[in-house]
Design a protein around this ligand. Structure first.
Ligand code: GUN
Length: 299
């Protein structure tokens, strides 16, 4: 058996087309253009790439964007002053501070300073709480939201299935758990979360109908760890040394792709899987933020 590839790039392109149409309609009918501020503190090379991709996608979809780069020795006061300015900027509906920030920056304080109405990452405790309680007037975090849309548009219904999540991060593992276990269409899974202190990891992963790998360990999931016919979603993006490549490194996921693809029913590749979906959902969240902010101003 060879797995069907879940083409995140193609699904993201569909979502992006829909977003572009929504943006065009908002501009034409209501003279309202969604706007996103992307903040980068320091010079982390991977973060620079991600921030560049987010700003470029905004331009492609007709979303206004501002990229703000602060030096790696920026102070908390400087970052908080910037957030305060963006919170009050009427052109900006979404604010994203690229993670991880440099060590002198208290990320939690920064997240809590972002207006919940503009928290398109869904990192603020208020929005995390709304997500957990199944409310629709907040946001879903971009990567887990992207995985949900990938499953839905690939015809995978999680209802009654055993979804096993590798990783318990605040960005992916924990919100992924909340979205999959949620009552309702496209969710309703039975969920197990695996982490670094879990004993006998493979015992759990072998029971997974849907396996979501988000632990940041290159090629951690091997064929012997999965059930034949499983759906495997690889959230990992790891740089590993590769002297043969011009850059000196290559990108691999948390899943040993070749051998797992031979056993799974469906698999998402890296790159071209979850990555493009994360950005597509960020754009969707920015449009949602714009609509909600505009509705609250009118109300
Ligand atoms: N770093 C890795 N993923 C993300 C994300 O979704 N949002 C932000 N702000 N930083 C990240």
């Amino acid at each position: 058996m060879s797995a069907k590839i879940i083409d995140g790039k193609a699904i993201a392109a569909q979502v992006n087309d829909e977003t572009a149409a929504e943006v065009a309609a908002l501009i034409a009918q209501r003279n309202l253009q969604p706007g996103l501020a992307v903040v980068l503190i320091g010079e982390n090379p991977a973060s620079q790439v991600y921030v560049g991709m987010k700003v470029k996608k905004c331009a492609e979809l007709g979303i206004y964007s501002e990229k703000v780069v602060l030096p790696k020795d920026a102070t908390m006061a400087e970052v908080l002053a910037l957030i305060e300015r963006l919170n009050h900027d009427p052109k900006i509906h979404g604010i994203l501070v690229q993670s991880p920030p440099p060590p002198q920056i208290d990320e939690e304080k920064i997240i809590e300073a972002i207006s919940p109405a503009k928290d398109v990452d869904c990192f603020h405790a208020l929005n995390v709480g709304k997500m957990l309680t199944g409310r629709r007037d907040g946001f879903f975090p971009c990567t887990p939201y992207g995985v949900m849309v990938m499953l839905e548009r690939s015809g995978v219904d999680p209802a009654g299935k055993h979804a096993v999540i590798l990783g318990r991060s605040n960005i992916v593992g924990k919100p992924m758990m909340a979205l999959l276990v949620q009552k309702g269409k496209g969710a309703d899974a039975t969920v197990t979360v695996i982490h670094s202190r879990t004993k006998n990891i493979a015992e759990y992963t072998r029971q997974a109908d849907i396996l979501i790998a988000a632990i940041g360990k290159p090629e951690f999931v091997t064929a012997d760890m999965i059930k034949p016919g499983a759906v495997v979603i690889d959230v990992g993006i790891n740089r590993v040394e590769d002297p043969a490549s011009g850059k000196g490194y290559k990108l691999v996921g948390d899943v040993k792709y070749g051998e797992v693809a031979a056993k799974a029913a469906m698999i998402s590749p890296v790159p071209g899987g979850v990555g493009p979906m994360t950005i597509a959902m960020l754009m969707q969240n920015t449009v949602k933020a714009c609509k909600m902010i505009s509705a609250s101003r009118m109300g």
